[in-house]
Design a protein around this ligand. Structure first.
Ligand code: UFG
Length: 327
């Protein structure tokens, strides 16, 4: 019979892209989501169960009934700015939510978890690129909650034999190359969708948060990784656990940083629409530059990005926003 994978947060941006890829690999994604930020229409590749990860009883019952071979745990709150203003929400959803999931796994006898972590766990690194050995010193509640969850995984592994892969995403972006899914947050705070909204005239302009950083063009540098590449890494992480691979925490990035202005230039070139901008002061808590050392994910999972060149990122994202690419 077909192997099931329980996907918490599978109605969200990265979760829905992952569910689609799981299905294409002959696995059945069972999406468990409270729809607080996810979209029901993004659940199209397997059953949907409406539920909250904080509801340990419902979660344990679901796991016992569905008997998934593994759990991929996306469900979390993920706005850095909001986490500063509303830490309670982040400690509840991300820390207590993961604790609830771990206890439900123990009760129901599932021993494989793939966890969505973040480069936000590193804070402002002293050295670039960021390797997994770089000290994790998060500078906001969001990053702290993801780091605490990583520690919980390690402690449950030591105590109970839980097996896990923690995936530290750099900047997720882009959209399903077949145009079936995309990035759809409310409010949308991320650079590429906001820039595309501005290019399409659906918002007045993009505010560029700082052009006086100590970077090549003065704007912040990030490691943009296509959502379908991220999704694929979850399939690889599952296969790693199935073949008895070690518990690991790995970066998912390209190893290459791009500036805000480089992103805007790519949008201009690919869509033929220029992005109207206004230069703003720096946004609190933004490190000048973040990019991954991607070698460990390649060595352990065989991960290598296929869609993460800026042109493909912008082309796929623009299509989802109804902006046609230039021929
Ligand atoms: N930016 C702008 N204008 C905008 C939005 C963003 O100039 O309207 C700039 C930011 O200052 C930053 C870059 O574009 O330099 C990317 O910003 P995003 O908000 O798209 O993403 P972040 O780099 O802030 O991502 C962070 C962490 C991730 C975390 C994510 C959660 O790096 O680890 O927030 O949403 F997961």
């Amino acid at each position: 019979s077909v192997q099931r994978i329980l996907v918490t947060g599978g109605a969200g941006y990265i979760g829905s892209h992952t569910a689609k890829l799981l299905r294409s690999r002959g696995l059945e994604p069972i999406v468990y989501d409270n729809l607080a930020t996810g979209n029901r229409v993004s659940v199209r590749w397997g059953p949907f169960i409406h539920g909250d990860v904080l509801d340990t009883v419902h979660l344990a019952r679901t796991i016992t009934q569905q008997k998934p071979a593994a759990i991929i745990h996306f469900a979390a709150s993920a706005y850095v700015g909001e986490s500063v203003k509303e830490p309670s929400k982040y400690y509840r959803n991300n820390v207590a939510g993961t604790l609830s999931l771990l206890d439900a796994c123990l009760q129901a006898g599932v021993d494989k978890i793939i966890f969505s972590s973040s480069c936000a766990t590193y804070g402002v690194p002293a050295v670039l690129p960021i390797a997994e050995t770089t000290p994790q010193v998060p500078i906001n509640p969001y990053g702290k909650t993801k780091l605490i969850a990583e520690h919980m995984l390690a402690d449950y592994a030591a105590a109970f034999g839980l097996r896990y892969v923690a995936l530290r995403y750099f900047n997720a972006c882009g959209a399903d190359p077949e145009g079936e899914l995309g990035e759809w947050h409310d409010p949308e705070t991320h650079l590429i969708p906001r820039a595309l909204l501005a290019a399409a005239g659906r918002i007045e302009r993009l505010d560029v948060f700082g052009d006086d950083y100590d970077t090549a063009d003065g704007t912040c540098v990030r490691d943009y990784i296509h959502v379908s590449d991220l999704a694929w890494a979850h399939v690889l992480a599952y296969e790693h656990l199935v073949r008895g691979g070690d518990n690991i925490a790995v970066n998912l990035g390209t190893g290459h940083g791009s500036s805000v202005l480089e992103i805007l230039e790519t949008i201009d070139r690919v869509t033929g629409h220029s992005v109207p901008i206004a230069i703003h002061p720096r946004r609190a808590g933004d490190p000048p530059a973040l990019y991954a050392d991607p070698h460990l994910a390649r060595a352990t999972l065989g991960f290598s990005p296929q869609y993460s060149d800026l042109e493909t990122i912008v082309r796929t994202a623009a299509r989802f926003f109804g902006l046609e690419a230039q021929p």
